[in-house]
Design a protein around this ligand. Structure first.
Ligand code: ZN
Length: 281
């Protein structure tokens, strides 16, 4: 922040802080990140609640020993869990379902191959959490064929939970799909979301992603992401779809610098070459 901005902030701060003033628009969506397997898988589960109705969902509670204590605290405090949500079937995302069901017998919304899934929403299907949060399922097959990203909207507050499809500054491996499918998932389906949508991926992989990104594209946005990642251990929810379009090389397939790096010009070929180069890093 520049000195001028610091000064501006100081002058616009309310004079008295003894009277609490309600914000103009009440924010109802609350997102709690739950890191799992820190230092190895670096996964995230997310507890998302609607502050008004106190209804909540848990996304990818893959390691119950790390997640259940948070769920107990939340439900003891009055939150009502309504669903488990899974982004895809891999064990480090859906592998905790059976164990979580023993304490919380909830319906599971997820891709068709997720353990114990009760409902697979169709592409574009919506559902709500309480009165405040609208959720839209976005099918993004490639990393797995059953990959689903979920757009959560609370008024003007938007978040997308992207599993192993989109990471901050990167994307998932093409285990069950191809470069064309990942181009569609990232650049058509997720790329069509409003630029201010905050990104919550399934793993904290940003450090490795930007290490690759900076080799491909030495632009200001990539350098900024690198600096942020060096200073912050967690990056989930700190960047938006608009940011990804600038600093994520997998979302810049038409960028001449990236085309030159890959030696390709067709989008699908650029995507495939980027993924291969990242895999062999
Ligand atoms: Zn996965």
């Amino acid at each position: 922040m520049s000195l001028l901005n610091v000064a501006k902030r100081a002058f616009t701060r309310p004079i008295s802080s003894t009277v609490s003033v309600a914000p103009v628009v009440a924010r109802q969506m609350h997102i709690q990140s739950i890191p799992m397997w820190e230092g190895s898988g670096n996964n995230y589960a997310y507890l998302v609640s609607d502050d008004k109705s106190r209804q909540a969902v848990i996304i990818d509670p893959a390691n119950p020993s790390e997640v259940l204590p948070h769920l107990k605290k939340a439900t003891d405090g009055g939150l009502k869990l309504t669903n488990i949500i899974n982004t895809h079937h891999h064990h480090d995302h859906a592998g905790g379902n059976s164990e979580v069901l023993k304490s919380y017998p909830l319906p599971i919304i997820g891709g068709r191959d997720c353990d114990k899934v009760t409902k697979t929403p169709s592409h574009g299907e919506t559902f709500t959490i309480g009165d405040g949060i609208k959720v839209k399922a976005l099918h993004t097959p490639c990393h797995t064929q059953d990959s689903i990203c979920y757009l959560f909207e609370d008024g003007n507050d938007r978040a997308v939970f992207t599993g192993d499809t989109l990471f901050i500054g990167g994307c998932g491996r093409f285990f069950e799909g191809n470069a064309q499918e990942m181009d569609k998932a990232l650049n058509e389906t997720l790329g069509a979301l409003p630029d201010d949508t905050k990104v919550y991926p399934g793993h904290e992989y940003t450090k490795g992603n930007v290490k690759f990104g900076i080799k491909v594209l030495q632009s200001e946005p990539v350098k900024k992401l690198e600096a942020f990642t060096n200073a912050n251990k967690q990056t989930q929810g700190k960047f938006t779809i608009g940011d990804e379009k600038n600093h994520n090389v997998f979302m810049r397939l038409d960028d001449p610098v990236i085309q030159k790096f890959t030696g390709k010009t067709e989008r699908v070929d650029v995507m495939a070459a980027l993924r291969e180069a990242k895999n062999s890093m």
